[in-house]
Design a protein around this ligand. Structure first.
Ligand SMILES: *[C@@H]1O[C@H](CO)[C@@H](O)[C@H](O)[C@H]1NC(C)=O
Ligand SMILES: *[C@@H]1O[C@H](CO)[C@@H](O)[C@H](O)[C@H]1NC(C)=O
Ligand SMILES: *[C@@H]1O[C@H](CO)[C@@H](O)[C@H](O)[C@H]1NC(C)=O
Length: 504
């Protein structure tokens, strides 16, 4: 018997053994500090994708990800996805996309893990208690920009992949090998997520027949739990973002001199904005509410089961009255109904003091969160037609221009899909409880892109805690979520391996 044969036999034995969850979980616990150090190294890189001056850091971050994956024996590529055009006409290289592949056994499922390693801006002066780029452990919470969004989840997927062969190495003293991963694992890590994944849609489309051709399932972990209870996310809202510009006099005027003689653009704008939504939250634009998929009894029941405390939510938001005073209505309006939010008015006087200006041109910014079965192209028409007709009734000499600048679709998965059943089983194994089945009120456009382009099934498996402060000051991930999240990923890939091949 040659060495190769011995190798295969031992591998065969290790396959046939029951899934060694307990040992793997112990291994993760034993290596906890190492994983925290890895996160520290990543958080130290100020990979802010919105700041062009930080672009070298972002490039360095992508190299670090590639290096980490290479060290584990993956087939790694750094793919150039072109340039970004800046408002001044200059161009700037986009951070490369990192892809990696571990295993290509056709008898196993292939999962693709998507994540990003760019971050939102953060400065100590913004009100951070610690340096945002120096991971700081305070009472079991690891504070740092990008800790939860999305560096720790990406590391978790990488650690899980490395754990597979470390374990084999450790216990049966074979050379490191990745063949005992229960599924083939691919990685797709980008560096522009926080500013809209510039260049990624084209990349996905271009790779549909290559990188994605053998992918069965896509795993995204770019969101958080709703409470202390682990969760699986099965939907996100889309978003249509509008500008409404009213223009009148050729320059700003003084209200003492011209007030009462001209029809003011701001008055027109406020007038039409007030026709978008009623004080009780009812959207007044014809056709929008009619497009929303009805709430089924099963869905109602699912909301009932979700762990959610209205009083905590009030406390967290600092309001004493919410739009709805029962859990189901509140969750439904957070996740599965559209809403209008008015964000600001460009050109309006907004400094302190009492300037008596009549602004000549004002532009309102508002958005409408999208849910099934709304269609951004239709919403665009509904909103513009409606606002022009409301404006026409004012008989104003001013001009109105409405434009839609973002039209992102919602995403919804089937909670009975084997991918979600696998998720429920993995949460049971690690946390000994059923997960909350939740949706995200926000938009994660990449999920919809993956679905529309590749047609593959997608699951969102959040790792972050409900109070991680993903885009705010003092972002953190708890050690608990980081380490147990790693175990969850271990258990999850094993469950996915059991999915019958006939499922899609
Ligand atoms: C990070 O913070 C620790 C204290 O929590 C300090 O000892 C260390 O010098 C800091 N590192 C950097 C790079 O600022
Ligand atoms: C509300 O939040 C504050 C901290 O912001 C906390 O001290 C207080 O215990 C909270 N109250 C409830 C009812 O959760
Ligand atoms: C991508 O490939 C899948 C087959 O894996 C195919 O069903 C789908 O139509 C392709 N998408 C596009 C946009 O060509």
């Amino acid at each position: 018997m040659n060495l190769q044969t011995v190798h295969s036999i031992l591998l065969a034995i290790s396959y046939s053994q029951a899934f060694q969850y307990t040992e793997l979980a112990q291994y993760v616990d034993d290596h906890q500090e190492e994983y925290v150090e890895a996160l520290r190294d990543w958080v130290a890189v100020e990979s802010d994708s919105s700041n062009i001056f930080k672009r070298p850091e972002l490039h360095r971050m992508m190299e670090m990800v590639a290096q980490k994956l290479r060290e584990m024996g993956g087939t790694v590529e750094l793919v150039d996805i072109g340039e970004q055009e800046l408002p001044d006409g200059q161009t700037l290289a986009l951070p490369k996309v990192v892809t990696a592949q571990f295993g290509s056994d056709p008898s196993k499922h292939t999962v693709c893990v998507y994540g990003h390693v760019d971050v939102q801006p953060a400065k100590l002066e913004d009100g951070w208690a610690t340096n945002p780029y120096n991971l700081t452990d305070i009472k079991g919470n690891l504070y740092g920009r990008g800790a939860s969004d999305n560096k720790a989840p990406v590391l978790i997927a990488i650690i899980r992949t490395s754990t597979a062969f470390m374990w084999l190495y450790f216990y049966i003293s074979l050379p490191q090998t990745i063949t005992d991963l229960p599924v083939n694992v691919k990685f797709l890590i980008e560096g522009m997520e926080e500013t809209g994944s510039n260049g990624l849609d084209a990349f996905i489309l271009a790779q549909n027949d290559t990188f994605f051709s053998d992918v069965d399932y896509i795993i995204i972990s770019d969101c958080g739990w709703l409470s202390r209870r682990p969760a699986l996310t099965y939907g996100t809202r889309g978003n249509c973002y509008f500008f409404a510009e009213v223009e009148g006099p050729k320059q700003d005027l003084h209200s003492g001199v011209y007030g009462g003689t001209v029809i003011e653009p701001m008055t027109d704008l406020i007038g039409i904005l007030d026709t978008l939504i009623s004080p009780s939250g009812k959207i007044l634009i014809p056709g929008i509410r009619e497009a929303v998929a009805p709430l089924s009894d099963e869905e109602w029941k699912m909301y009932q089961d979700v762990e959610f405390n209205l009083d905590h939510y009030k406390n967290e938001t600092g309001v004493n009255q919410l739009m709805y005073n029962n859990k189901v209505d509140l969750l439904a309006h957070m996740w599965r109904y559209p809403t209008v939010s008015i964000h600001g008015i460009e050109g309006a006087f907004s400094d302190s003091g009492t300037k008596t200006v009549i602004p000549a041109k004002v532009t309102a910014k508002f958005s409408i969160r999208q849910v099934p079965d709304m269609d951004p192209a239709v919403v665009k028409k509904q909103v513009t037609d409606y606002l022009y007709s409301v404006f026409a009734k004012r008989k104003s000499p001013n001009s109105l221009k409405v434009t839609m600048v973002i039209g992102a679709k919602p995403w919804l998965a089937d909670t009975q899909h084997p991918l979600y059943e696998a998720g429920k089983a993995a949460v049971q194994r690690v946390f000994n409880m059923d997960p909350d089945m939740i949706r995200e009120g926000g938009t994660i456009p990449i999920a919809r892109t993956f679905q529309d382009v590749t047609g593959k099934s997608i699951i969102m498996m959040p790792i972050g805690g409900f109070d991680d402060g993903m885009h705010s000051q003092n972002e953190k991930i708890s050690r608990y979520n980081y380490i147990e999240g790693t175990k969850l990923f271990i258990a999850y890939l094993n469950e996915v391996a059991q999915i019958k091949s006939t499922s899609v």
